[in-house]
Design a protein around this ligand. Structure first.
Ligand SMILES: Nc1ncnc2c1ncn2[C@@H]1O[C@H](COP(=O)(O)OP(=O)(O)OP(=O)(O)O)[C@@H](O)[C@H]1O
Ligand SMILES: [Mg+2]
Length: 301
């Protein structure tokens, strides 16, 4: 859902959340006359958070991160690759170690990370969200001096109204999502994507495990918020049969069908067989985020 988003408000909230309690100080240079951006506030705050997190992690000893913004009128020939128009330009600059030239071309690649425990999805997410918004993201890094990430977001023609104000920033999603996929690698990818979107994944390998996990959660009084079921599990109970069992446990279960075969009828027309949505493989973050946003909305799906 996009609307006219007031970027300074969003940045302030993200910066407070991210920098709070860290050794890094955030300096904000946000002019009062900044155009609103045409954006999904939840997704945009995720982008800003990912950039801020990277900046913080680049300065483990502490330091200053500068977030600045200004209005840019682009002419369509300025090397950004963006069509002419009005953009909000946002820059997150750290004074960390910088990015060596040989890794620079890879930082937006899924799962590229140089950090222990990193998933390498932070910038991938940022990139795809910004692209989906019709904007661009650029990096300018000098080894030894620091890194600046720059965003261009299309300005909104609308006025930022209080109704368009974002909800709580940071984690765009929340809730526990059961995942069933027999392939460890595929399940692992989906789990890290879910974590990146703010959800808590519960991984299972087949229908029996999925049903048991769902029942456990119900028994504990902590029902799962949605399930993503692989339609095809060789030698095991696939998504359709699993959902039949889940519906017996909980007629309100919110189930998403996933399949590598995009032409499976359940995937092509969401809503078949009790599924409320579908998700073709390979997974991509914006799509996953959209589908879960729909499915988890009260009354949605
Ligand atoms: N501000 C920065 N300074 C130095 N290196 C950076 C910066 N931002 C990104 N990088 C490099 O790009 C890589 C990919 O970043 P990305 O945010 O996608 O993943 P990550 O930070 O490693 O993991 P995650 O975001 O999932 O926690 C990082 O591992 C790091 O090598
Ligand atoms: Mg990161």
């Amino acid at each position: 859902v996009t609307g006219a988003v007031s970027v300074p408000g969003l940045v302030r909230e993200c910066a407070e959340l991210t920098c709070h309690g860290s050794a890094v100080r955030c300096e904000l240079e946000l002019p009062d006359d900044l155009w609103p951006a045409e954006a999904d506030a939840g997704q945009l705050s995720q982008v800003i958070n990912n950039l801020l997190m990277n900046a913080l992690q680049a300065m483990p000893e502490g330091g200053v991160v500068t977030v600045s913004a200004d209005n840019r009128e682009l002419g369509g020939d300025d090397g950004t690759g963006l069509p002419a128009g009005r953009y909000v330009h946002l820059r997150v600059a750290d004074r960390g170690a910088g990015i060596p030239p040989e890794t620079l071309p890879r930082i937006f690649d899924p799962f590229f990370t140089t950090r222990r425990g990193g998933s390498g999805l932070g910038l991938t997410t940022a990139y795809s969200i910004v692209r989906q918004h019709g904007g661009a993201i650029r990096v300018d890094s000098t080894p030894g001096a620091g890194t600046a990430m720059e965003l261009y977001l299309p300005a909104s023609r609308r006025r930022a109204t209080p109704a368009d104000r974002p909800g709580p920033p940071g984690r765009a999603g929340s809730g526990r999502i059961l995942v069933m996929d027999d392939q460890d690698s595929v399940r692992g990818v989906l789990e890290s994507m879910l974590r990146h979107l703010g959800y808590e994944p519960v991984g299972t390998r087949d229908g029996d495990e999925a049903v048991a996990a769902y029942r456990d959660a119900l028994d504990r009084g902590e029902p799962l918020d949605a399930v993503i079921l692989d339609l095809i599990v060789p030698g095991g109970k696939g998504g359709k049969l699993t959902l039949r069992d889940l519906l017996r446990l909980d007629p309100g279960v919110r189930a998403v069908a996933s399949s590598g075969y995009a032409d499976d009828p359940v995937v092509t027309c969401a809503g078949g067989d009790g599924f409320v949505a579908s998700l073709p493989k390979p997974y991509n973050l914006p799509r996953l985020s959209d589908v879960l946003g729909e499915v988890l909305r009260p009354g949605g799906g």
